[in-house]
Design a protein. Structure first.
Length: 239
């Protein structure tokens, strides 16, 4: 008789076999978190298959890198040509030799229940290219006022989602704890992220995780609507 699956929650690097489950969680997370914020036709058009395909392409085109994330003791993988849809999921193409986004999954009883994507901070004082669907980079592709831009050594949380049916069970916290630990271990002095001003649930989660608004904000144009994104920052202690 086989042993029952381990029910403990664990966080590990994402594998190609996880992409379909991650795409399902990301799509469900969008439709849950942005149900009353983003126009419904845009949410209805989200494709799990297309998202899974992009994730597999990222994992299949990994680039070598000298980044601390990519050391032999690190679970991070450097990725080439990242491209997702949301400003907090959509990343400018990285030049060869630079570290791209890194993906983590939360797993419980053999099931993928959460996902996080992160990497080096994308400088808002350098306009980010638009993604294929017209959404732009972390600050809407615009310039953040001088003094509000992030430092060149900062890290960024590009995306973090838990299965909407399991919210409040510690999945998001476990992912964020790992994100913070690894970003700090890589020597980054701060961790930044962008969140919709109208996303009260997400903002409460990030504030409980030690993030605070730093004064930067930008418009996000999506599906015929214009929304406002706020930047949150958490200072990190050096290992």
């Amino acid at each position: 008789m086989s042993a029952p699956p381990d029910s403990r929650l664990r966080v590990r690097p994402m594998l190609a076999a996880d992409c379909a489950a991650v795409a399902r969680i990301r799509t469900a997370g969008w439709r849950f978190a942005y149900a009353d914020l983003v126009p419904r036709p845009y949410l209805d058009a989200l494709s799990e298959e297309a998202t899974a395909r992009r994730l597999r392409d990222q994992l299949a085109t990994a680039l070598p890198s000298s980044s601390p994330y990519s050391s032999s003791n690190s679970p991070w993988r450097p990725l080439a040509n990242p491209e997702l849809q949301h400003p907090a999921d959509s990343l400018p193409k990285m030049e060869e030799g630079r570290t791209g986004p890194h993906h983590l999954v939360a797993e419980q009883a053999g099931e993928i229940v959460g996902w996080a994507c992160l990497g080096p901070y994308r400088h808002p004082d350098t306009p980010a290219p638009a993604t294929a669907d017209g959404a732009s980079g972390p600050a809407g592709g615009q310039v953040v006022p001088r003094g509000l831009h992030g430092g060149p050594g900062d890290g960024e949380v590009y995306a973090l989602y838990a299965d909407p049916q399991r919210l409040g069970t510690g999945i998001g916290r476990a992912l964020m704890d790992e994100v913070v630990a690894l970003t700090s271990a890589a020597g980054h002095p701060a961790l930044r992220l962008w969140v919709l001003a109208s996303n009260a649930l997400g903002r409460r989660f990030y504030e409980k995780a030690g993030f605070a608004q730093d004064g930067a904000e930008e418009p996000w144009h999506i599906g015929g609507a214009t929304l406002t994104e706020l930047r949150y920052t958490r200072r990190l202690s050096r290992p």
